[in-house]
Design a protein around this ligand. Structure first.
Ligand SMILES: NC(=O)c1ccc[n+]([C@@H]2O[C@H](COP(=O)([O-])OP(=O)(O)OC[C@H]3O[C@@H](n4cnc5c(N)ncnc54)[C@H](O)[C@@H]3O)[C@@H](O)[C@H]2O)c1
Length: 277
């Protein structure tokens, strides 16, 4: 007798139902796409961003991430307007997550800035410190805030108690011209991630970084408006196009889910092959 075909369904390893994800920089760009992707897979969302309300550059009437995920996917969602470089913000974010669902399963350290682009010797100490503060110090604060809760949670079947996904950049892996502070900050995240993976892997916390190439967002709008820079980048990339925020969202979904439990400590490169060419 022939086997009956199974009806198509999503691989259950990607199901995030009942998990709570904190996403920094969730109002726009990669953070918004990550929130949408995780909510689509069933995760409850705690977003935090400097800016609330209408994201910059969005069409009139475009809903805020927080409302969008709740209304479109029926998940729980809350939003904290705050600066991730401040310890008080993290106290608020943690309290909001625990009030929403009592859990913290996923932290996505996404908020980041490019900082001033130009020769390093022309940068001020304040400009350098701003990039380090947002891109590195805030990640320390976020990781420190969530780890005790993750450690106190029961491990799932694959051994995972929590996932920490940090958005680095392919700038951590090559010398992006005139972006020394940004490159240094993203390199620090990749190095920090390896150390976290070693320290917490045995206790069931999976730590990974994502290193995207050029994704069209507000962060690099000035660069993308320069046709020569765009052409140079494309000509050096084996797959010659820019990335999309939904592609970053999909990568983070994989890394947040049980499907990637064996990827502890990895840096997930998604730059169309720029850094290997
Ligand atoms: N766009 C790219 O090409 C690209 C490539 C590689 C890595 N990344 C990384 O992706 C992440 C997101 O970047 P994006 O391109 O979506 O940028 P974006 O400017 O579109 O979004 C960044 C978000 O972070 C928020 N934010 C900034 N500083 C904050 C702070 N101190 N506290 C709270 N929120 C803050 C902003 O308000 C904004 O909503 C960054 O870490 C960036 O370095 C981006």
């Amino acid at each position: 007798m022939p086997h009956a075909l199974n009806t198509r369904q999503m691989n259950p390893a990607f199901d995030l139902t009942g998990r709570t994800a904190i996403i920094t920089g969730s109002s726009t760009g990669n953070g918004r796409a990550i929130a949408i992707s995780l909510a689509q897979a069933g995760a409850d969302i705690v977003g935090v961003d400097l800016h609330a309300g209408q994201p910059k550059g969005f069409e009139e009437g475009e809903p805020h991430t927080h409302d969008l995920v709740r209304e479109s996917y029926g998940v729980k969602s809350t939003f904290i307007q705050g600066d991730v470089t401040r310890e008080e913000t993290w106290e608020e974010v943690k309290a909001a997550a625990l009030q929403l669902t009592g859990r913290i399963d996923i932290l996505v350290n996404n908020a980041g800035i490019l900082g001033k682009v130009g020769p390093l010797h022309e940068a001020t100490l304040a400009q350098w410190q701003l990039v380090m503060n947002v891109n590195v110090n805030a990640v320390f604060l976020g990781v420190r805030a969530v780890i005790p809760t993750m450690l106190a949670q029961e491990a799932r079947e694959g051994g995972c108690r929590g996932s920490i996904i940090t958005i680095a950049s392919n700038a951590a892996h090559h010398g992006a011209p005139e972006k020394a502070p940004y490159c240094a900050s993203k390199g620090a995240l990749v190095a920090m991630n390896r150390a976290l993976a070693v320290d917490y892997g045995r206790q069931g916390i999976k730590c990974v970084t994502v290193s995207p190439g050029i994704i069209a967002t507000a962060l690099n709008a000035t660069e993308l408006a320069d046709p020569t820079k765009c052409q140079n980048y494309r000509s050096q990339t084996p797959w010659p196009r820019f990335g999309r925020v939904d592609e970053v969202g999909s990568a983070v979904l994989f890394l947040s889910s049980d499907a990637s439990d064996y990827c502890n400590g990895s840096d997930f490169s998604m730059d169309a092959g720029y850094n290997i060419a």
